[in-house]
Design a protein around this ligand. Structure first.
Ligand code: ADP
Length: 633
């Protein structure tokens, strides 16, 4: 270090030890007279620059104001102090900006003339840079805040104008901060009723519907929720309404990423849900009705030429598989030959012609089962839908099995014929006897009268039995048949009934297995008519000379009566139907046997009303046993 005569050596010694960067300059050239290590470190130079003008030792300072300021300090003797001043200094050949607090102090001689400058400096680069960074950060924050406010304002605008319900709740009590018209409409509230109020207070009906728990999960748990068709009860205009709402809950975060509220977006879908439910119910009902009515359905796409038949429809055409069905093969081919032309003619020339039928289809036909060959009666009702130009597009409808109905109709017709015939027979006899008596009376032959009157009486009895049968049936069907129960011995009743029936069955031998009294509580007259009916059937449907066996016993806490004949017997498939109204076994061999098919029907009704049971066991050609059981008295 070169010492300067200008400053005392001790002082320089002190300065050189100082941590504070220090340099001394002289002359207008600003010769670096002295600089301590700290100052050299600032400059990133070594001691070799001491003795050089500052502009040479640290040439990058040339374009900067410092040398000029130093010259001015020396010239004027006025100190210069700067804080946080930027200086560009070369570090390994590259300019870098540093910041310094500095003092240029003019050292004056005794005459008051400045003769050197004491330069002290502190590197405040870090402080300044921090300050800059801080400022930048603040500016950024401000900008973000502004952007946030702006975006919040935009969001508010978007929310307010949105065509779906949106609301924002803030804070743990879910205060309504923003709500749009759609949301108000959905909630059934005015803005003043909800704004800035906790939502659960503004809409107390939400309590108990789990909404609070949801809000809490969003607010405290940060969860998002999305619901479809959530049922919510809302009070609108003081009326509680069941609504369905699709909605989402999303948490909202503050600048510190903490949840401070939530947004809910929703649409009411009550009408849609109700409409859909109604449709589902209607469909369900339709299906139920179709099922209950045992209807089958068909649907034909006329343009594509495809056809759909459900299971029931297939059944009516005797098809058990699920293969594709075809109009020509399955429908036309499945029609009974006697009905085919008529039906095809109706479909082609009426149903498919809009101007003639407007597409309405309502026909009855027979089918011949494709697999079972069975003949079934079908009623088909449907409609053809047309294009604007009148071409048929679709043909749909329902089919119903009316075989039983047709048979019933047939039976009814037969029945009426038979009733007329049966009632005519005793009437004819009666009028014959009356004529005989008239003739005899004219001839004063009164001896023949009692006999003829007896015969007339039998015919009157026959007719009144028949008429009573019908009366009983009509009473039964209008629910007017009443049981007049009493305690009596069934065995006695059987014996009495056999005795009454005997005269009519002199031709048959009736045996009654002896048994002890069986006491029951029942309508004696009606049970008597059941026994009489079964007994007279046994007589009617078994050849003369054959015996009929009646038995009676207690079984499983019930009284059981059985009447066995050795008659024509009954085919297995008929045994169930015997007890149906008007049912008579179709058999050309016993067409001559009179009857209406109501005796067993009435008997079964009477037994059932006593909580009993009636049935038959039979072998065709071998005979039958009719049983009935009644609860013991
Ligand atoms: P109906 O007046 O025709 O005899 P029912 O109701 O008493 O009427 O009987 C119904 C049908 O049951 C009869 O038409 C007959 O075909 C059959 N049936 C009844 N009892 C017997 C029997 N003991 N043996 C054979 N067939 C019988």
């Amino acid at each position: 270090m070169s010492t300067t005569p200008l400053l005392p050596t001790q002082l320089l010694e002190v300065l050189s030890r100082s941590n504070r960067a220090t340099a001394i300059y002289t002359t207008n050239d600003i010769i670096i007279e002295w600089a301590n290590d700290a100052m050299l470190a600032f400059w990133h130079r070594d001691k070799s620059i001491i003795g050089l003008p500052l502009a040479e030792g640290v040439p990058e300072l040339k374009g900067q104001p410092f040398i000029g300021i130093l010259q001015n300090v020396l010239k004027t003797g006025t100190d210069s102090i700067g804080e946080g001043i930027a200086a560009e200094l070369a570090v390994k050949g590259k300019l870098q900006t540093f910041y310094f607090d500095y003092e240029y102090r003019a050292i004056k001689n005794d005459a008051g003339q400045p003769y050197c400058i004491l330069h002290t400096a502190t590197d405040v680069t870090e402080k300044i840079l921090n300050r800059h960074a801080l400022k930048k950060a603040r500016e950024l924050e401000e900008a973000q805040k502004r952007a946030l406010v702006e975006s919040e304002q935009n969001l508010r605008l978007v929310i307010l104008q949105a065509p779906i319900a949106i609301a924002i709740f803030r804070g743990p009590t879910y205060i309504v901060e923003t709500v749009n018209a759609r949301a108000l409409e959905l909630w059934g509230r005015t803005e003043t009723e909800v704004m800035r109020k906790p939502i659960l207070e503004a809409m107390p009906e939400l309590e108990g519907q789990g909404i609070k728990a949801l809000l809490d999960e969003v607010y405290h748990g940060g969860k998002s929720f999305s619901f479809t068709e959530l049922p919510v009860k809302l009070t609108r205009q003081e009326k509680v309404e069941d609504t369905f709402i699709n909605f989402v809950y999303e948490p909202l975060y503050d600048a510190n990423n903490a949840i401070n509220g939530l947004i809910t977006i929703g649409t009411e879908v009550t009408d849609q849900v109700n409409a859909r439910r109604e449709l589902e119910t209607a469909r369900e009902n339709l299906k139920l009705s179709i099922d209950a009515a045992e209807m089958g359905t068909f649907d034909m796409d006329i343009k594509k030429g495809t056809m759909y038949w459900d299971d029931r429809c297939r059944e009516l055409f005797g098809i058990s598989n699920h293969n594709e069905v075809n109009y020509e093969k399955d429908f036309v081919g499945g029609l009974h030959p006697d009905d085919r032309n008529r039906i095809i003619n109706i479909i082609d020339n009426q149903v498919m012609v809009q101007a003639i039928s407007n597409g309405d289809y309502d026909v009855e036909y027979r089918t011949v089962g494709a697999e079972d060959g069975k003949t079934r009666w079908v009623r088909a009702k449907g409609k053809v839908y047309f294009e604007d130009d009148g071409t048929p597009r679709r043909f749909i409808g329902a089919v119903l099995d009316i075989t039983e109905q047709k048979h019933d109709e047939q039976r009814k017709n037969d029945f009426i014929g038979m009733v007329s015939h049966e009632l005519k027979t005793p009437l004819t006899s009666l009028s014959a006897y009356v004529q005989i008596m008239q003739l005899k009376a004219q001839n004063d032959d009164y001896k023949a009268m009692p006999d003829t009157l007896d015969k007339a009486n039998i015919q009157v009895k026959r007719m009144s039995t028949m008429i009573n049968g019908f009366l009983n049936m009509s009473r039964l069907e209008s629910g007017k048949i009443l049981l007049e129960k009493q305690i009596f011995d069934l065995v006695g009743l059987i014996a009495d009934t056999i005795a009454e029936t005997m005269p009519a069955s002199l031709s048959h031998h009736i045996t009654f297995a002896p048994c002890t009294a069986i006491i029951i509580n029942a309508d004696r007259v009606k049970i008597g008519s059941v026994i009489s009916n079964v007994l007279s059937n046994a007589v009617k449907y078994s050849p003369k000379e054959k015996s009929i066996h009646v038995a009676c016993q207690k079984i499983n806490g019930m009284a059981q009566v059985s009447i066995t004949d050795q008659g024509i017997g009954i085919d297995q498939q008929d045994t169930q139907k015997l007890f149906d109204r008007y049912y008579r076994v179709e058999n050309p061999n016993h067409k001559h046997i009179s009857g209406f098919g109501i005796g067993l029907y009435l008997s079964a009704e009477i037994i059932n009303r006593h909580n009993g049971k009636i049935w038959v066991e039979s072998k065709l050609g071998r005979g039958s046993t009719f049983y009935f059981r009644l609860p013991l008295g």
